[in-house]
Design a protein around this ligand. Structure first.
Ligand SMILES: [Zn+2]
Length: 255
């Protein structure tokens, strides 16, 4: 038997997103004990809290924050991953650039708004921060989940997702570009009678190996009235001045 404060400390560390092994080392107990406390606590919580039993917008008709969902869908399609951890538990992970704390916080906020009954963990990895959350219902919210890489399977939005993207194309594009795109500056040298001058042109890029995801990005940009073109088969750019200005209002540089 372990003292109550050890169990509570372990549960607290787990809730911060640490692995069972790390928690076990920190608390000086076995990995099995940590796992048992963690899953037992979740079962007890699931049973005790009626909100958890109605936690899914798809299964239980819970209201969904559509703007946050459109944003999270963009982030997921850009750089997200869903794995099945147990029989009915899915972990949604977004891989965020560790140098962009603003985007890490924004990703965590979107996740929490979409699945308010699950806690959001952050974990530093080499060069990136993983933002993740566990729920039995992530696969209901992201039916594009499947084995293998996203560009190796067909990605089609369901009608309810299309409806949300059509209502919030700005949020969807923000998610896509802040995960798999960027706002860069092209510097161009011009020879003028008075000498050479440098001009700077901001532009947006979105790069993805999935043709389906590129097409979804194009369709959302069309809805926003933003002109785009393909640079090559897996990358599109937005370079026209008024189009860049429009995107600056909805997306902006990574921060
Ligand atoms: Zn569900």
């Amino acid at each position: 038997m372990h003292p109550r404060h050890t169990v509570e400390r372990a549960l607290g560390l787990s809730a911060q997103g640490r692995s069972d092994r790390q928690v076990a080392e920190l608390c000086g107990v076995s990995v099995g004990a940590v796992r048992k406390w963690r899953t037992g606590a979740r079962r007890a919580r699931d049973g005790a809290d009626p909100r958890r039993r109605r936690s899914c917008p798809r299964c239980h008709g819970r209201p969904l924050d559509a703007a946050a969902y459109a944003h999270l869908l963009g982030l997921y399609l850009g750089d997200g991953h869903i794995v099945r951890e147990a029989k009915q538990v899915y972990r949604l992970t977004l891989y965020c650039d560790a140098r962009r704390p603003g985007l890490i916080e924004e990703a965590a906020r979107a996740m929490a708004l979409v699945m308010p009954t699950s806690s959001v963990g952050r974990r530093r990895r080499k060069g990136c921060t993983e933002v993740s959350s566990r729920s039995t219902h992530w696969a209901c919210l992201f039916p594009q989940h499947g084995p293998g890489k996203k560009h190796e399977r067909t990605i089609v939005l369901e009608a309810w997702q299309q409806e949300i993207v059509a209502r919030h194309p700005d949020k969807f594009v923000r998610g896509l570009i802040h995960s798999d795109g960027c706002r860069g500056v092209n510097r161009v040298r011009r020879e003028l009678p008075g000498g050479a001058r440098w001009y700077e042109y901001p532009r947006y890029h979105f790069k993805n190996e999935s043709r389906d995801i590129l097409a979804l990005c194009c369709a959302a940009l069309d809805l926003l009235g933003v002109a785009w073109r393909f640079n090559n088969r897996n990358e599109l750019s937005v370079a026209r001045r008024e189009a860049v200005e429009l995107l600056d209002r909805h997306v902006g540089p990574k921060y």
